[in-house]
Design a protein around this ligand. Structure first.
Ligand SMILES: C[S@@+](CC[C@H](N)C(=O)[O-])C[C@H]1O[C@@H](n2cnc3c(N)ncnc32)[C@H](O)[C@@H]1O
Length: 551
């Protein structure tokens, strides 16, 4: 006997009813052709929808496909008869391809890192969401039936994302209590278990602050085949969902929307602080500390959206890391380098990451080049908000042998070049009444790094600090902040050459942190100095050297 598929979603119910109506109409000679035609059209539209969504949704991964097939071909009746599961589990309760991809998309969009799933079944939704999580993301899946963990784990193990999933067997409420006790919080919670408990899970999560401030709760089956709004529905699960939806829609702590995908997915998020504030029972000091300056959290205050930046020496090393950091924080970035090919390569890297970027070749020791760089950026983007004057050179010689050529060359780039850039960018920024200049100085501005001999470099970088202090105090009352970053010894491939090995050992013994700086160690500093969060800071030399200057 062929298995009759029970309609599982409002659309499947509509298709079922339209099919019956059309069959009846077709077999009845008194039904007008026009009505038959309308019925057929309605049926085509309704029955084609899920098929089309399925087809147009990005193909699932191999482990997900395997999980789906293994779930569908498993004899759940038999498993239950053998006493391996408490309940007889219908295979149709799997989330499946389109919903799985929707959850994965939500995880990406909300940049969630910690997810809680209530009701895992065979893990299709869990693995879909894990695929959307970053490498250090975590998903805790609550599942009543221990058998399902055994079922899913071998496929989780085949996926590179399976390691992000921890399955907690047993009643979800017990796991929730355990997680609340440990102070666990989540960016996303997916509720997809016993319908009559949805309201309890929801309230427990809200009352125990388990959903982070920016968190989202997703609730599956919230349309329950339409029974949530059909007047004569008596189905206990449908009625439980109806009560749940009504409760959430009246709950002033949250906002909700129900997406009519498959059997309905509710998206629920905590409302803004402003509303929570008026709801709170306790005494609140309602100020910028509580609400955030301009209503922004501290991390958002460090975002650089809509800002225009340039980075000189951006084609490699520290400059490249600065360009990426500023772009990741939201700025448009002009990558400037003496070497056009290098600048272009970094601009391409940024472009691939979705960052607006251009490349410019310029020799910062030449005023005409610097002016061309400034004009190019202003004509392209209309402003310059962030100027990273990072290009520099380091030539070594014993002081008694340092030639004037070496001295002049070093000063031309490191100090004169930095001044030329500060002045040209500063003029634009002073006109704008806003700007952030970040110069790259060096730990050598504070100490005399040894045993290498680099008089011109050390002196020029000390000059960069004084330049920064002077401009920083002169321009701050016109909205332009000038600071500098002093890195310690930065790890480059060159440093690991055989020749430099003894020098490297010596340096390492001088660094309390026990290692050289990576360019990535400097990235947060440049974003902070470029952002409005550092507005009260000017003329500062931010030293990042693993403690080396203190020993
Ligand atoms: C609709 S299925 C979940 C589908 C799953 N989210 C997916 O991605 O395929 C519901 C699951 O909730 C589980 N469940 C039911 N009651 C539960 C409870 N009290 N605690 C934990 N899990 C429960 C069931 O065993 C079943 O596996």
């Amino acid at each position: 006997m062929a298995l009759v598929k029970v309609p599982d979603t409002p659309m499947e119910v509509i298709v079922d009813l339209l099919t019956k109506a059309k069959d009846k109409a077709v077999s009845c000679s008194t039904v007008p052709e026009e009505l038959k035609g309308h019925l057929q059209k309605a049926l085509d539209i309704a029955s084609g929808l899920d098929v089309y969504l399925e087809k147009m949704t990005t193909q699932e991964s191999e482990p997900l496909r395997e999980l789906y097939e293994k779930t569908m071909s498993h004899d759940w009746n038999q498993v239950h008869k053998e006493g391996k599961t408490i309940f007889q589990l219908p295979k149709e309760c799997i989330t499946g391809h389109v919903e799985g991809q929707t959850l994965k998309m939500l995880i990406h969009m909300s940049q969630a890192k910690r997810v809680l799933e209530i009701g895992m079944f065979t893990g299709y939704g869990a693995l879909s969401m894990a695929e959307g999580l970053p490498d250090d993301g975590l998903l805790i899946a609550c599942e009543l039936e221990p058998y399902l963990k055994e079922f899913a784990q071998p496929i989780f193990d085949k996926s590179p994302h399976g390691k992000k999933i921890i399955v907690k067997s047993g009643p979800a409420m017990d796991t929730l209590k355990e997680l609340a006790l440990a102070g666990e919080q989540f960016d996303m919670v997916f509720i997809d278990a016993d319908k009559n408990n949805y309201i309890n899970y929801y309230n427990f999560i809200m009352e125990n602050n388990m959903l982070k401030l920016r968190g989202v709760m997703c609730v599956d089956n919230s349309l329950f085949k339409g029974k949530v709004y059909l007047e004569n529905a008596t189905d206990s699960n449908g009625l439980a969902l109806r009560e749940f939806n009504q409760f959430v829609s009246n709950d002033p702590r949250v906002e909700q929307v129900i997406i009519p995908l498959r059997d309905g997915i509710s998206l629920i998020r905590r409302v803004s602080l402003a509303r929570s504030c008026s709801l709170a029972q306790c005494t609140i000091t309602d100020d910028d500390v509580f609400r955030g300056v301009k209503g922004l959290s501290i991390l958002d205050r460090m975002r650089l959206d809509e800002k225009v930046a340039y980075v000189t020496g951006g084609g490699q090393g520290i400059g490249r890391a600065f360009a990426h950091a500023l772009g990741e924080a939201g700025a448009k970035v002009a990558v400037v380098d003496l070497d056009q090919a290098r600048a272009e390569a970094v601009a391409q890297e940024l472009f691939i990451k979705g960052i607006s970027a251009i490349s410019i070749s310029a020799d910062i020791s030449k005023p005409a080049d610097v002016q061309r760089m400034i004009d190019t950026i202003v004509s392209k983007w209309g402003a310059i908000h962030i100027a990273c004057n990072n290009a520099g050179i380091n030539l070594n010689s014993a002081s008694e042998e340092t030639t004037l050529e070496e001295w002049d060359q070093t000063f031309d780039v490191n100090l004169r070049g930095t001044f030329i850039c500060c002045q040209a960018a500063g003029r634009v920024m002073l006109r704008q009444g806003y700007g952030k200049i970040i110069n790259t100085a060096s730990m050598a501005s504070l100490i005399v790094p040894h045993p290498q001999k680099q008089l011109s470099y050390n002196t020029s970088k000390a000059g960069v600090v004084k330049l920064t202090q002077t401009l920083g105090t002169e321009w701050i009352d016109r909205g332009v902040r000038v600071n500098c970053i002093s890195p310690g010894i930065v790890d480059t491939p060159l440093i690991h050459s055989e020749d430099l090995k003894p020098l490297l050992r010596r340096w390492l013994s001088d660094i309390p942190a026990g290692r050289l700086a990576q360019v990535t160690d400097l990235q947060a500093a440049v974003v902070y100095l470029a952002s409005d969060a550092s507005d009260y800071m000017t003329g500062h030399n931010l030293v990042i050297e693993g403690g080396q200057s203190l020993w």
